[in-house]
Structure formats: structure tokens, C-alpha cells
Design a protein around this ligand. Structure first.
Ligand SMILES: Nc1ncnc2c1ncn2[C@@H]1O[C@H](COP(=O)(O)OP(=O)(O)O)[C@@H](O)[C@H]1O
Ligand SMILES: [Mg+2]
Length: 410
């Protein structure tokens, strides 16, 4: 059987062919590998270089490989944060002509960390709550899209910094199933698996002394359920308002937007006696601020980063002479937004030397600079301005941050 690649991106096959597929993944020579931290896995997983990209390669049987590939493509179509599937490679044989296991190739999720590396320094409980928040949001998004994960765990999730919080990405879709919609029973079952897995993983960390003494592994497992439940309820509950109070509906939509979700459709029913209005939103997509930022500026950021950048953009807009919202003679928001990108965002980010940026993307750097300005301004009791904040950040914060961002050896 010949080596066979089913790939999504036409540039990839050529680059992928340069990798030593005739060698079992465990024996790949170092020159191909990238020593970044990996989570716990059943299969052999390695990171390798393909052109400018870092890819993750996982050896597994053909059927599950193709299935996982397809599910990851589906999640991409549904705009759910998950790793990008690039290819499945089958028909591998070694030098003696013996068959080797197929592989699934995904794009390494830049700036992400497996949870085990985050626990190398004991995580503060507040940080752990943020991880649970991020995971609950991911699970709710998957369930809204009809995806039952079947194995939600910390090992199967990657965390990326998103302003002061985290964004969670699905990394292992092998056990997933996509349905038109999920029943409450299917959701409960999935959530229960998450609870058991997470408690187990935290118990392991506790046993190895990596857990903060105040953290109870079982309570944290339960916490993910509570967070999920609250979010699900807020996103899907039916509200009943007195007739005529339409602004209540608008208020609810705004609250959903604040949580980062958009409402695609809504069902509004008037009671037969005319006294009340029932409102059921159909919440679809997370990433409300993300989309707004993308539309206005072309910048692609995580949700919380986007929210922060939009706040900064809006307050900057108000300082512009041609800012006149609602006035046809004023500048359009898109025009002002592009000016902000050109005159504020880009020059500010560029002031931070590339070699000091570590795993941070421009949106995260800008967010950190805003935080630093706030911190210094509070201390000085007046606004110290962005330029001063940038200078101080480069000298005082970055050298320390770099220490903790260094990749660990394999
Ligand atoms: N695309 C990727 N980007 C970053 N890390 C990845 C990627 N794919 C896999 N990993 C790492 O490898 C680990 C194992 O991958 P996973 O798909 O969960 O394997 P298994 O099916 O054997 O459990 C993950 O926990 C993650 O740390
Ligand atoms: Mg896994």
C-alpha cells in the first residue's frame, strides 16, 4: 500500500512528505522534532516542524484517525475552538516493508499550554477557577452545537491566555459525536464524564504535590458542573415579561452579548390574554466581541482580548475630532477603527521587541500593556500614558515573564 495523504490545505502535502513517515513516531530523529510540552495521552504524540509551521502528529488506527479528522473539520465549520486538522496519513511502511500505524496531523496550537505545564508552578486557586470557567464555556459551546465530547478532561483541553482569563480549546475529538441537537440526558452524561475526569486529574496532581493545599479535587470537579449549569441556564432559559416591556428583551440580549454570545433567532409569544410576552433566544455563536473587533479592524483576537481592545478603541474614538456617532457627516466607525489600528495599536505593539514577546500574540501584548498602564497610573494617581507604560513594561515585566515562558525539554 502506498503512502496516502488526505489533506485540507494544498500546501501541506509537499511539506508533509519531507517527514520520516517510514519511521515509527517514537523513533523520529531529533532534527524533525520540536520540544514543546505535551499533555498525557494514550497514543504516541510528537510535535514536528513542517515548513514554517509546528504540527502535532498522533499515531492511531485508520478508522479513528479519519473519524477524528472529520470531527475536527466539523468543529472548525461550527466555529468551535479546537485544533485544526491538517491531514491523515495512511499506508505507512517501515524499511522492512512492515505496516506502521496511520497518523493524524493537526496544527500545533500556538501559545497554548497543556494543563500539566501550568501546574509546574503551583497554580493559585483563582487561576484554577479561570481554567474551569474557560472549560465550562467550551463545553456549553460544544453542546449548543450538538457535539457530545465523550471524554472532556483537562488532558484533552488546551488553554491559551485570553486577556486576564483563559480560552479553552478542544484537542482530542476521538470520542466525540455530532448530533443535530443534544438531549438533556446526553448533556448530563457528558458533563458527568467531565466531572469524574477532572476530579481524577486533580487528585493525581495532588498526589504529586502539585496542587495548592486549599484546592479540593472533588469540589473542583463539582464546580465545573455548577459553572456549566449557570451558563447553560442563562443562555437558554425562557423569560416571561409584562407586555409592552420590550426593552427587557433587549436587556436580556445585551446580557447574552456581554457573556460573549450572539442571538441568532428569537421566539416571542404573546399570552392569549395579552398580559405577558414569552421570549426564548436561540443562542448560537460565542465570540460576539471577537466578531465585532474583526469587522471593525480586521484584527483576530480571543473573546476577552477583543472586549478589552474594543473598550480601548471606543475611548480613543471619542477623542477624535471627526467622531460624531449617528451624524452622517462624522467619520464611520470602521474608518476610525482603522486609524486606531494604524496610529495606536500597531505602533504600540511594535515598540515591544519581537524577541521579547515569547508566546504572546499582538492582542495579548496590547492587553498586557493596557493593564500595565492601569497599574502604573493607579500607583501614580494619574494617567501616565501608553508610551511610558510600554517603556516600563519592556524593562520591568518582560524579562521576568520570559523566564516562565521558556519551553521545557522533551
Ligand atoms: N494540535 C496540537 N497543539 C498542541 N498540543 C497538541 C496538539 N495535538 C496534541 N497535542 C498535545 O498532545 C496531547 C495528546 O493528544 P491527544 O489528542 O489527547 O492524544 P490521545 O488521543 O492519545 O489522548 C494533548 O494533551 C496535547 O497536550
Ligand atoms: Mg487525549
Amino acid at each position: 500500500m502506498a503512502l496516502q495523504i488526505s489533506a485540507t490545505n494544498p500546501e501541506h502535502p509537499a511539506l508533509l512528505l519531507e517527514l520520516p513517515w517510514q519511521t515509527p513516531l517514537e523513533q523520529w530523529p531529533e532534527e524533525y522534532l520540536v520540544p514543546l510540552p505535551r499533555g498525557i495521552s494514550r497514543h504516541v504524540v510528537r510535535y514536528a516542524r513542517a515548513g514554517d509551521e509546528v504540527i502535532a502528529v498522533k499515531e492511531l488506527a485508520e478508522r479513528p484517525a479519519l473519524r477524528e479528522y472529520q470531527l475536527l473539520r466539523d468543529l472548525d465549520r461550527l466555529a468551535i475552538p479546537a485544533v485544526d486538522a491538517l491531514a491523515v496519513i495512511t499506508g505507512r511502511t517501515d524499511a522492512a516493508g512492515d505496516a506502521l500505524e496511520p497518523v493524524l496531523v493537526t496544527r500545533h496550537l500556538g501559545g497554548s499550554q497543556p494543563y500539566r505545564s501550568m501546574f509546574e508552578t503551583t497554580l493559585r486557586p483563582a487561576t484554577m477557577h479561570r481554567l474551569m470557567d474557560a472549560l465550562a464555556v467550551l463545553l456549553v459551546r460544544l453542546h449548543l452545537a450538538g457535539f457530545a465530547w465523550g471524554d472532556c478532561s483537562l488532558s484533552n483541553t488546551l488553554f491559551r491566555r485570553d486577556a486576564g482569563a483563559y480560552a479553552a480549546y478542544l484537542v482530542d475529538a476521538e470520542t466525540g459525536e455530532l448530533h443535530p441537537r443534544l438531549s438533556p440526558g446526553q448533556r448530563d452524561y457528558d458533563l458527568d464524564l467531565a466531572r469524574v475526569n477532572i476530579s481524577g486529574e486533580l487528585l493525581d496532581l495532588e498526589a504529586s504535590g502539585a496542587l495548592h493545599p486549599s484546592v479540593d479535587p472533588v469540589d473542583f470537579g463539582t464546580e465545573i458542573c455548577a459553572r456549566y449549569g449557570r451558563l447553560w441556564q442563562e443562555l437558554t432559559r425562557t423569560s416571561v415579561y409584562p407586555a409592552g416591556k420590550y426593552h427587557y428583551i433587549e436587556r436580556r440580549i445585551r446580557r447574552l452579548n456581554d457573556l460573549g454570545f450572539d442571538v441568532a433567532e428569537m421566539q416571542i409569544e404573546h399570552a392569549s390574554n395579552g398580559d405577558t410576552v414569552t421570549f426564548v433566544p436561540k443562542v448560537v455563536d460565542a465570540g460576539h466581541h471577537q466578531r465585532q473587533l474583526l469587522r471593525l479592524t480586521g484584527l483576530d483576537a480571543e473573546e476577552n482580548q477583543a472586549r478589552r481592545l474594543l473598550t480601548d478603541l471606543e475611548s480613543w474614538m471619542a477623542t477624535q475630532d471627526d467622531y460624531a456617532p449617528g451624524d452622517p457627516l462624522g467619520a464611520r466607525p470602521e474608518v476610525l477603527a482603522h486609524r486606531w489600528v494604524r496610529e495606536v495599536f500597531r505602533p504600540t505593539v511594535r515598540a515591544v521587541p519581537v524577541e521579547l514577546r515569547g508566546a504572546m500574540d499582538p492582542a495579548q501584548i496590547y492587553h498586557e500593556l493596557l493593564e500595565h498602564r492601569w497599574y502604573l497610573s493607579e500607583r501614580a494617581q494619574h494617567d501616565i500614558g501608553l508610551d511610558t507604560a510600554v517603556d516600563d513594561y519592556i524593562v520591568t515585566v518582560l524579562p521576568r515573564a520570559r523566564e516562565t515562558l521558556r519551553p521545557t525539554a522533551d
